[in-house]
Structures are given as C-alpha cells and as structure tokens.
Design a binder for this molecule. Structure first.
Ligand SMILES: N[C@@H](CCC(=O)N[C@@H](CS)C(=O)NCC(=O)O)C(=O)O
Length: 230
C-alpha cells in the first residue's frame, strides 16, 4: 500500500469524504492541513491549484475529489461489483457532490474567500481574503439560491432512490456501506447543521446518515476527528 498524504485546508469540506474512507478502511495517511493564510505557499505545488490532493509515496499528486474518492472506493471495497450497481453508486455520489460543490461555493462566497478577481488580471481563483470586502450581494444571493435549488432538485430524488432498495432500511446499495453512503453523510453535514427543518422531508436520508455515523469504524473516527466549522 502506498504512503498517502492528503492535502486540504483545515476544514472538513471536500476532503472529509476521503478522510472518512481512510477511516472506514483503517488506512493510515498523513492528513496535511493548512490555514487559508498559508494557501499561497501550497497552491503552486497543487495540480489545478486546488485541493483536495492525494500524494502517493511522496511523488505523484492526484487532484479532484471524486477521482480520488473513486480510487479509494475501488482500492478498499466501497464500490459494488457489477457495472450497473457501480453506475447507481456513482450517480448517487455525484448527486451528493453537486450539493457539496454548491454549498462550498456558497459558504466560501458568504465568508469572502476564494472569489474570482473579476476586475483585474484574474481568470483564476483569487488569493484568500478574510472579509466580505467588495461582496456583490447579487452574487451572494445567487450562490445561496443555487445551493438551495440544487438541494430541492436532488434530495427528493435521492430519498426516492434510497427507498427503492429494501424500503430504504439499509444502505443505498444494500446491507454494505459503500462510498455513496459516506457521501450522504459528508455532503449534508453543514447543510443539516444550518437548517435542520429543511431535512425533515427526507427521513430516510437522515436515518441513513445515522447508520453511517454508527458504523464501527466511522463512529470512532467521528469522535476523534478535529472539530471545525466547515
Ligand atoms: N474540481 C475540484 C474543485 C476543488 C476546489 O474548488 N477546491 C477549493 C477548496 S474547497 C480550492 O482548492 N480552492 C482554492 C482556490 O480557490 O484558490 C474538486 O472537485 O476537487
């Protein structure tokens, strides 16, 4: 097994699904976290200038959350075996990732971080900033609208999809926890903390999150992990 280093900010964010999979698979890795004000130091060494990034044996660096998640799922048996089931698992995970992606953009926008520099040379993400500064309230509203719209579009489908398998009493793919179940836990973590009432319409997804949290490996991880706001 390679020596893994996972690079990400000191937050759960997009990296948490990967940390959770490492925990569920009982795989040791270096959890390299940094603060926003350190980002300039790391950014140029990251493919695509984004994180999360998974480094293997101190050499190759792999970008893209979902590519890394799929790799870990294949390595550690969090993928179902046949092609149709893989596809089901993939689209469920991708649906959750849509929510996570829009939530992350909304969250960082709200907090004045990682805004594109519309006025200057920037055609890439800006350096971290700490305040709301020149926040454009229309964009602020758009980010929130987009995130909420994605939730309203995707969550009813996921609730139905879960119910289709054994009435939604187990995991998405049956009695084994797969990576799409862990995505359900991670993608909804902040959204649920911020607005619990919105999730009362999705009791099966909420029960699934509890099942994931109760998984022997995950429950230990959740107790011992760093507590961060996002
Ligand atoms: N497509 C990438 C997007 C990754 C991404 O946007 N990461 C953010 C943090 S959540 C980032 O690295 N931002 C740095 C910047 O904008 O300068 C993925 O899915 O992993």
């Amino acid at each position: 097994m390679p020596n893994y280093t996972l690079y990400y900010f000191n937050g759960r964010g997009r990296a948490e699904i990967l940390r959770m999979m490492f925990a569920a698979a009982n795989v040791k890795y270096m959890d390299k976290r940094f603060e926003f004000n350190e980002w300039d130091k790391y950014r140029k060494d990251m493919p695509c200038m984004c994180v999360p990034v998974l480094e293997m044996d101190g050499g190759m660096k792999m970008p893209e959350t979902m590519a890394i998640a799929r790799y870990l799922a294949r390595e550690h048996s969090f993928y179902p075996k046949n092609n149709m089931d893989m596809m089901r698992c993939d689209y469920i995970a991708d649906c959750f990732y849509e929510i996570m992606h829009d939530y992350m953009r909304y969250y960082h926008w709200k907090n004045g971080r990682f805004r594109f520099n519309m006025s200057g040379s920037g055609n890439g993400p800006s350096s971290p900033t700490s305040g709301r500064g020149d926040m454009d309230t229309n964009s602020d509203n758009y980010m929130q609208w987009r995130y909420m719209n994605t939730c309203h579009r995707v969550l009813p489908f996921l609730e139905r999809t879960l119910e289709m398998k054994n009435g939604g009493k187990n995991f998405f793919m049956g009695d084994q926890m797969m990576w799409c179940d862990m995505m359900c836990y991670c993608a909804l973590e902040n959204p649920f903390m911020e607005n619990q009432s919105m999730f009362s319409k999705y009791p099966k997804l909420m029960a699934l999150r509890n099942r994931v949290a109760g998984h022997p490996k995950i429950s230990g991880y959740l107790k011992s992990r760093n507590n961060t706001n996002w």
